[in-house]
Design a protein around this ligand. Sequence first.
Ligand SMILES: C[S@@+](CC[C@H](N)C(=O)[O-])C[C@H]1O[C@@H](n2cnc3c(N)ncnc32)[C@H](O)[C@@H]1O
Length: 355
Amino acid sequence: MSFFNRLLLQCRSGFEKEAAAEITDQCATIGVYGYCTLNQGDGFLLFHVQQEGDAERAIREVNFSQLIFIRQWLVCGECQVLERDDRVSQIEAVISDFPSCADLWVEYPDTTEGRELATFARKFSSALAQRLRKTGCLKKEKPNKALRLVLFTLTGSDIFVGYSAVANSAPWPLGIPRLKFPKKAPSRSTLKLEEAWHWFIPKAEWDLRLAHGSTAVDLGAAPGGWTWQLVQRSMFVTAVDNGPMQEALMESGQVKHVLEDAYKFLPEKPVNLMVCDVADKPIKTAEMAAYWVINGYCEEAIFNLKLPMKQRYTEVVSCFNHIAETFMKAGLAYELSAKHLYHDREEITCLLRIL
Ligand SMILES: C[S@@+](CC[C@H](N)C(=O)[O-])C[C@H]1O[C@@H](n2cnc3c(N)ncnc32)[C@H](O)[C@@H]1O
């Protein structure tokens, strides 16, 4: 079988260095070492491993849900340069010694240039999948064991061919859940909170953890995009902000607007969920979220850490170390999930709760 010596990692354009630092750190925890090659703005990078078998080991043993800046990944060899006629047969030849895969995705960089390949990707994926099913190259497998054949195209002929583990990769092509902007929502930020739920809370738990009739505090709520999402779940929301909330949202009768400082406000009674989208120092927000969760002011917290600084990865690590120390001192085990969402810009979104 071919020696797959690379991981191809997708991220938001401009965040390749953060993704490189992250994969280097995460792979080191399982004893996989290598080096990254990247171009700033490409929306992807390569991590070259030193030892045969290490790239495959990484996509199985590094927990994808722990990755923050990496939206999607695959294991692959070098970029294939295909002749433009009969690309399907050439791909068939390339994958002849691949392990068996259950399905196929054709992906591309999430950049202005890359997105021009979307139509090609859709058509090529359907033609190729049809052929591979006929010839038996794509076979149904149990989802927890299944591999997915992935083609990452840079042009119609320059293509990385590889695979990922279905259960340990993003459940959406390019790691981007397709969400529709709700016309009545007061701001585009609304999609950040909805996307966070898709990443962090299994759909089967939504009715329990985002339950109708439950309570929430939205810190830095105005004009109300996040509050709007909570109201759609029939939650009762205290919206904390000195700025104005959208009038239509206030008419729902489910929102109480409090004009206070987000970092000083505490609810009289514990709430189910605290969310925070205030632009301030990341460490200040991380400390505040940990304080709320540890002291039982909320069951879980979803918050943004704004990252306008150069050393974004280092900043995130130091915030997470701080949270770890605080929980250790309190003697509590916790879950911390974090992702650089498609709808995030210079920020990441996190979920924190006691286990
Ligand atoms: C990015 S906006 C929030 C957008 C909101 N999540 C939405 O979806 O519409 C940040 C908000 O935080 C508020 N803010 C900033 N510092 C604050 C503080 N210390 N206390 C309360 N609100 C604050 C600002 O007034 C602003 O409305």
